[in-house]
Design a protein around this ligand. Structure first.
Ligand SMILES: C[S@@+](CC[C@H](N)C(=O)[O-])C[C@H]1O[C@@H](n2cnc3c(N)ncnc32)[C@H](O)[C@@H]1O
Ligand code: SF4
Ligand code: SF4
Length: 490
């Protein structure tokens, strides 16, 4: 695996799942821990998150977001960010193929809302900072709310300019905000932020980090007081803030953050960032997973974030931004709500189906007695099913143990290697990415790739093709336990 996943064959290593309350709106599908019905959470909050793909793990299977890249300016510098570097094939936060004016953004949103039935959220996640580039953000959000009244609005910010806009966010009915908080100790901040621009002047060093920290905490407290759900993003930077994020988690938990989304640093020399040029390493997936497992408290831990581009469109696992570039938009902006409304009706039915099938499958797991933890990769392009026909754009990685099923993360596969399982380069790239994984569940797989994977210790099977992910993982785990461990793939 490209970012260093080590091989696991243990039966009682640290479980990936937390023992906290679990609902299908949290990070884990419940198993032996009890009900998967959503009554463990306040109904008003469920209403706010149930169709927000980033604030609910379950919702990301069914609902889509779009980012409008209207806010290019930023008031701080992070050592991992370079918004000038864009590769259309690359999915990374802070990059966007085109920066949009508010008018262009509204036209794009109306086109997407007419064509993408799953769309439920429009957000501004840069490419700079939504609260600093406030005029652009505000003009865009007001127009979107007018043209697509039933859409949820969302913004992402580093927090420095957040406090002065909190009341306007409330007035504009922005229900969800993300703040990136990478430290609560300004000394650590000096290793992440070389400067900030605040109150008409530039600050460097410890002063910059101290001001940023104070503003972030104030902004979070203000949002909590006003009932806006806040997700805190933290970038895990090994050797800089990895251990410190436990402390960050406590602070944001105490200030009412709804979710904590620890994401891995993305850093390559070609990005031209300070970290990239200085060879700062990125965390390995299992390292990230271990840190997420250590986060305590009421704040939910996010495991399904895709670290999207500033112009992303669609389901988190199936980006459709290339279908809605500026050049493809109709000159006249019109919005037809028909597809979205029809989809919402269908989805209620689909959700009920998944809940009952998943519950049936989890009962079987609860009967088994074992400490085994398995790491399982699945190919999917959305809808919560194993449904990708051999052309995996990404793999989702789950752990399963007696406590339940946890999404560890996802691995994007090389976009130049998408020809299908039969091609040598594709296969090698997939095998490389699966280092440390016990099973691969896919829609179909030939004998040659299956054997190649087996030689690397990965048992591949298409026996669960088109099944719901959690149901398939539960069934596989039960079968694995019943035959007493590894004994060849089906
Ligand atoms: C591009 S920023 C835009 C919003 C806002 N300026 C902020 O920083 O929160 C969106 C998210 O991408 C993250 N990000 C940017 N570059 C990154 C990188 N190289 N690795 C990991 N996360 C990154 C930021 O930390 C932030 O959480
Ligand atoms: S605050 Fe956001 S946009 Fe600004 S430099 Fe940091 S990551 Fe990039
Ligand atoms: S970056 Fe993460 S939180 Fe933001 S839209 Fe993508 S999945 Fe959601």
């Amino acid at each position: 695996m490209s970012r260093g996943m080590s091989k696991r064959r243990t039966t009682n290593t640290a479980p990936a799942a937390r023992e906290s309350e679990a609902t299908t709106f949290g990070d884990y599908t419940s198993s032996s821990r009890g009900s998967s019905k959503p009554n463990a959470m306040d109904q008003a909050i469920i209403e706010k998150i149930k169709d927000h793909p980033c604030f609910s793990r379950e919702a990301h299977l069914y609902f889509a977001r779009m980012h409008l890249a209207v806010a290019p300016a930023c008031n701080i510098q992070c050592n991992y960010c370079n918004r000038k570097y864009d590769c259309a094939n690359e999915s990374r936060p802070g990059v966007a193929s085109n920066r949009l004016t508010p008018d262009q953004a509204v036209r794009r949103a109306m086109a997407v809302a007419s064509e993408v039935p799953q769309l439920s959220v429009v957000g501004i996640a840069g490419p700079g900072d939504a609260c600093y580039d406030w005029k652009m953000t505000k003009a865009t959000l007001i127009a979107i709310a007018r043209e697509i009244p039933d859409i949820k609005l969302c913004v992402s910010t580093n927090g420095l300019a957040l406090p002065e806009h909190v009341d306007e966010l409330v007035d504009m009915n922005v229900g969800h905000v993300t703040i990136t908080i990478n430290m609560v100790d300004p000394k650590i901040g000096t290793k992440i932020y070389p400067w900030i621009f605040y109150d008409g002047r530039r600050y460097n060093g410890i002063d910059a980090s101290r001001i940023l920290h104070e503003r972030q905490m104030l902004g979070l407290e203000m949002l909590t007081e006003r009932g806006i759900l806040t997700k805190v993003n933290s970038v895990m930077i090994p050797g800089v803030n990895d251990e410190h994020l436990i402390e960050v988690n406590k602070w944001v938990n105490d200030r009412g953050a709804f979710m904590h989304n620890v994401t891995p640093l993305i850093s390559e020399r070609s990005h031209g960032t300070f970290y990239g040029l200085n060879r700062q390493r990125c965390p390995a997936p299992l390292e990230l997973n271990a840190l997420r497992d250590r986060l305590e408290g009421a704040t939910k831990v996010v495991r399904h974030c895709r670290q999207c581009r500033a112009d992303a469109v669609g389901l988190l696992s199936d980006d459709r931004a290339s279908e809605f570039t500026l050049g493809q938009l109709p000159a006249e902006a019109t919005y037809d709500s028909g597809k979205r409304h029809a989809y919402r009706q269908l989805i209620e039915h689909e959700r009920r189906g998944q809940t009952s099938e998943t519950t049936d499958a989890t009962i079987a797991v609860s009967l088994a007695r074992s400490n085994a933890t398995l790491f399982i990769a699945v190919t999917t392009k959305g809808g919560g099913r194993i449904n990708e026909l051999g052309q995996a754009k990404e793999l989702q990685i789950f752990s399963v143990c007696q406590k339940g099923i946890g999404l560890i993360g996802h691995l994007k596969l090389d976009p130049y290697c998408l020809g299908g399982w039969g091609e040598e380069t594709t296969l090698n790239s997939i095998i490389e990415a699966l280092e440390g994984i016990d099973f691969l569940l896919c829609f179909q797989i030939g004998i040659i790739p299956r054997n190649k994977l087996a030689r690397r210790g990965v048992q591949a099977t298409s026996a669960y093709g088109n099944a719901y992910l959690e149901q398939a993982i539960d069934a596989l785990y039960t079968a694995y336990l019943s035959r007493g461990g590894f004994s060849g793939a089906s």
